[in-house]
Structure formats: structure tokens, C-alpha cells
Design a protein around this ligand. Structure first.
Ligand code: ADE
Ligand code: ZN
Length: 326
């Protein structure tokens, strides 16, 4: 349709993307073969069939398993550049990429191997495709806070490469309060912080991410609609939410796309953005996420423009860089 063409054509930013979640089965098999890593799945098709999740944890189990085939700098480069080429095709002109250092360092892969490969792809995409990128390492919340502190100290060796830090993985059982100390250390070093909250966990986790971790943005945050006072706070402070529609559907955060509280968030003047989260696993990149909500909520061109403008407003681009796009 013409709205689909409009979505494809308009410049957009992506603010919630896990690079390990952009690992397409074809590339996964290719890298596994060249690294002589054996997989539980016999074929791309068989792996693809396993992409049926009842909750966040079932997805995470497969996502961490997939990441195990990444061994060398070249692997991280290939993974990242494949995603950035996808951005180019979809007219995503700016992207803020999450990665999980601990998923790799825990397997004995050097921090420098991971960031070296990612950064080389980022530089190439800037030079050849004109895409701007920010990198945000995320701490795995199912691991201890001491592990996060250790990871942060390693990250400081590469501090100039990072725009901020985040918190991801299993929300249930690992609330924001568990990471208060490390987030204070990160902020004291001058970095903005973000956290996944209110995805599977309750609205209280969003309050705690704001008050205890002092985040600049909330990743997901859809369960904020369960608390009217929280909606008021998010609107008043213009704290962005990086919403991921196809992710929420695939992980059964919502039963149907129409259950996603997008209209409620927009009507409450919240700075909502649309993102892909883990596109290889959830069936779509940024444009597919826009199209899914456009269909479910009968969005107009004006709504699409608002969402795309929000993506730049909510980004970590400088004021001058934002002005190119808004
Ligand atoms: N890691 C990758 N995707 C995630 C998600 N949607 N929630 C929490 N952790 C994640
Ligand atoms: Zn996420």
C-alpha cells in the first residue's frame, strides 16, 4: 500500500536492537561451519522452526545458544555489517546498537574481539552507507551485580566507543534494585543509562529503573499503562519508551497486536518509538514493525511521522545531529 511505501521511504532511527538478535539463521550456519562449531539443528529450516516462544526466557535460551558460534573478530564484523546493510535498505539512517559483552567474555572471547569487530562494521557503514551508530553495552541481569561491575571496568578501556550502558535479559526475578551500585558507577563516569523494564515485569520495575537506576530511556515499558501515575511521570519528564511490537507479540507479552497499548501511550503524550529488538528471531526489522502497528491501529501518515520524529528526538544524537532529521 502507499502507507507501506511511505514507511519504507521516511528516514528513521532504531533505538532498541540487540546485535546478537539480528543473527539470521543463514549467517549463523555459515559462521558455525567455518568455525567448526556443531549445532543442535540440522538445517536453517529446522532452526527457523524453533522460533516459537511462549515467553522471554524461551527466546533467550535460543538467542544465547546462537551467540555461541561467534568466536572471531570477523564473526562480529559480519554479524554487525549484515544488520547495518539491512538498515540501509530500510532507510534506518541512525541506529543505537546493544550488545551483551558477558555472553561472549564468559565463553573466553576477549572484550576487544567483540568490540573490534562491531566497531569496524560501524565505521564501514558510516563511510559507505552514511549510517550513524551509537553502541551501548548491556549488562545481563541474570548474572550478579559483581559480574556487571567487572564487565564495566573492562568496558572502560574502550570508553570512547560507548554512548551509554543498558540492562537486559530475564526481567522476572532480577529487578532494577539488583543493579543500583553498578548503575551509579556508570553514571559517575558520565554515561547515560537505559534499562529493559515493564516488558514482562510490572510497572513498578519502570518506577525503579527511573528512581534507582536513573535511566534516560526505558526499553519496552509497555506495562507502564497499568499505572496511571507512571504514565503521567513518563509524559512529564518525556522519558522515551523503545517499544518493540513484533517482539511483544512473539514473546506473548501481548496476545494480538491490537492488544499492544500503543494508542494509550501516544494519547498520554509519551515519547514512543518503534524498534525491532531481535529482528532475526521476531520476524521483522524496523519497517516490518512500523507496518504491523500501522495495520493494527490504522495509523495515518501523520502518526508515522510522529513515530519517526520521536525516534530521532529520543536518540543519543547531539542537538545538531538531530536537526538534520527532525
Ligand atoms: N535480550 C535480547 N532481547 C531481549 C529482550 N526483549 N528482553 C530482555 N533481554 C533481551
Ligand atoms: Zn531488548
Amino acid at each position: 500500500s502507499t502507507l507501506q511505501n511511505f514507511i519504507n521511504a521516511i528516514p528513521k532511527a532504531e533505538l532498541h536492537l540487540h546485535i546478537e538478535g539480528s543473527f539470521e539463521p543463514e549467517l549463523l550456519f555459515e559462521i558455525a561451519a567455518r568455525n567448526s562449531v556443531s549445532l543442535k539443528y540440522k538445517s536453517v529450516k529446522e532452526l527457523h522452526k524453533a522460533y516459537n516462544f511462549n515467553n522471554l526466557q524461551e527466546f533467550l535460551d535460543l538467542y544465547y545458544e546462537g551467540a555461541n558460534v561467534l568466536l572471531h573478530e570477523q564473526d562480529f564484523f559480519d554479524l554487525t555489517y549484515a544488520y547495518l546493510q539491512k538498515c540501509h535498505v530500510e532507510n534506518v539512517v541512525h541506529t543505537e546498537i546493544f550488545f551483551d559483552p558477558q555472553t561472549h567474555t564468559q565463553r573466553g572471547i576477549g572484550f576487544s574481539t567483540v568490540v573490534g569487530g562491531i566497531q569496524k562494521a560501524v565505521d564501514k557503514a558510516k563511510n559507505e552507507l552514511g549510517i550513524t551508530t551509537r553502541l551501548l553495552p548491556n549488562f545481563l541481569r541474570h548474572l550478579s551485580e559483581d559480574e556487571a561491575i567487572k564487565t564495566f571496568k573492562e568496558a572502560l578501556e574502550f570508553r570512547k566507543l560507548f554512548a551509554g550502558f543498558g540492562l537486559d535479559s530475564s526481567e522476572i526475578g532480577h529487578p532494577p534494585a539488583k543493579f543500583e551500585r553498578v548503575f551509579r558507577m556508570v553514571r559517575d563516569e558520565g554515561f547515560p543509562v537505559v534499562a529493559h523494564a515493564g516488558e514482562e515485569g510490572p510497572a513498578q520495575n519502570v518506577w525503579d529503573a527511573l528512581n534507582l537506576l536513573k535511566v534516560a530511556r526505558i526499553d519496552h515499558g509497555v506495562r507502564s499503562v497499568e499505572d496511571v501515575l507512571l504514565l503521567k511521570e513518563l509524559a512529564l519528564k518525556q522519558i522515551p519508551l523503545t517499544v518493540c511490537p513484533l517482539s511483544n507479540l512473539k514473546l506473548k507479552v501481548v496476545k494480538k497486536m491490537k492488544d499492544l497499548p500503543l494508542k494509550t501511550l501516544l494519547e498520554n503524550n509519551i515519547l514512543v518509538t518503534i524498534n525491532s529488538d531481535d529482528p532475526a528471531y521476531f520476524g521483522g526489522y524496523v519497517n516490518e514493525n512500523y507496518i504491523a502497528v500501522a495495520e493494527a491501529f490504522r495509523l495515518t501518515r501523520k502518526d508515522v511521522i510522529t513515530l519517526a520524529e520521536n525516534s530521532f528526538k529520543a536518540s543519543f544524537l547531539s542537538k545538531e545531529e538531530k536537526e538534520e532529521w527532525i
